[in-house]
Design a protein around this ligand. Structure first.
Ligand code: B12
Length: 336
């Protein structure tokens, strides 16, 4: 059994002490702390996500597993404590982003490499981050974003950091697997993994891509994003009212199923808003594909997603970019 499988098994059976004993045992046996974080805990956490998405693990089991991984990371961090030999870096999740563990892995890797790290955790409001930067004067700020829906807020935060002269390193799955959203938002750098981010900082490669932000976001002048966000509630209420007429199985839904449907619709709207903000079709179609897979694993057919997208399309008469995204999303759902 590999260390990842062994660790995952302990997460799955809620064996907190077993998981911690395993990582501390591996550390004792000579495995470098960075490898433990990135080659054992990180892949196990990604696997937890797959098991949840496939409907094999409940939300509670996933939450429990993540709570154990947070303890395991803390156990490693309190055992291996190098003295800072480099300057200061702030590491924070963007506003509204609750995936703190991926960003925490980055913070711990940077500490292990000798940086003096201020880790601020999940959901850090932009203005408070700026106050912190004024108080501590770091060399750079690393902003984590796991969900693309947080990109508009991440953009506001990263622009504010740059305005006070602190370069921004972006990371996390929300910036795209290839970092293209980090480029588009004008970050000073991006890295796919925590060790790549640490290499970039160690080698002084920040800024690594000078991007003229603003120019690449000129589409925002059409105000589709702003108007959509403003009218989101009203638009979604219209779709929820129409859905049972167009999707008869919904008339027999329990209140809990109706609430789930409203949540799913809310996620669709948030990803649509993010795709409008970034002007990226794939951001939306990838999400539609993911939603179809997720719902299918829970016995809900993909055609219900296609139908919701068609209804949204009909509601959004004066939003040509949104209608284009929805048409492409519908194709993705039809093919799913
Ligand atoms: C645990 C978890 C949660 C926990 C997070 C708790 C915590 N303390 O972190 C909670 C319960 C809060 C949560 C909530 C949600 N989650 Co969640 N979550 C996860 C899960 C299972 C693990 C996260 C993790 O630890 N990943 C492990 C690390 C290693 O991830 P990583 O991205 O590979 O990180 C590396 C690099 O990206 C990089 N990196 C990461 N951050 C940074 C930052 C910087 C600056 C840099 C340079 C690099 C960098 O370094 C890391 C190590 O190399 C993931 C699955 C996954 N694949 O990640 C889903 C996942 C991210 N969640 C998902 C979803 C949908 C949600 C919810 C929307 C669910 C819901 N319906 O409410 C909410 C949204 C919450 C919010 N507003 O933020 C989806 C996202 C899918 C999508 N289409 O975008 C995922 C992928 C699950 C899945 N398989 O579908 N989640």
């Amino acid at each position: 059994m590999t260390a990842v499988d062994d660790y995952l098994e302990r997460l799955g059976s809620a064996d907190e002490f077993g998981a911690i004993d395993l990582v501390l045992g591996l550390l004792d046996g000579g495995m470098p702390a960075e490898s433990l974080l990135l080659d054992v805990i990180a892949p196990a956490q990604r696997r937890v996500g797959e098991l949840w998405a496939a409907g094999s693990w409940s939300v509670a089991r996933e939450h429990g597993a993540t709570a154990i991984s947070e303890r395991a990371v803390a156990a490693i961090a309190t055992t291996v404590r190098p003295r800072p030999t480099r300057s200061r870096i702030t590491v924070a999740c963007t506003d509204g982003e609750y995936h703190a563990l991926p960003t925490r892995l980055l913070a711990e890797v940077l500490r292990l490499r000798g940086w003096h790290v201020d880790f601020l955790g999940a959901n850090v409001p932009g203005p408070h981050l700026i106050t912190h930067l004024h108080q501590t004067g770091p060399d750079a700020v690393a902003i984590g974003c796991a969900l693309a829906t947080r990109l508009p807020r991440a953009h506001a935060t990263l622009t504010a950091c740059q305005a006070v002269g602190i370069p921004v390193l972006a990371g996390g799955a929300g910036f795209g697997a290839d970092g293209r959203f980090a480029v588009k938002l004008g970050a000073d750098g991006w890295a796919p993994t925590a060790d790549a981010a640490a290499d970039l900082l160690d080698e002084g490669r920040l800024p690594s891509f000078p991007t003229p932000a603003g120019e690449t976001l000129s589409h925002l002048a059409d105000e589709e994003y702003t108007l959509f966000v403003k009218r989101r509630g009203e638009i979604l209420a219209g779709v929820m009212a129409e859905l049972p007429r167009r999707y008869p199985p919904m008339t027999d839904y329990t209140q809990a199923q109706v609430d789930h449907t409203a949540d799913d619709l809310g996620h669709i709207a948030d990803f649509l808003a993010a795709a409008l903000y970034i002007d990226d079709t794939r951001l939306f179609t990838d999400f539609v594909q993911w939603t179809c897979d997720l719902l299918r694993a829970r016995g809900v057919p993909a055609r219900s997603v296609a139908l919701a997208l068609r209804l949204l399309h009909d509601e959004l008469h004066d939003f040509p970019r949104a209608r284009h995204l929805l048409a492409r999303g519908t194709l993705a759902a039809d093919g799913a």
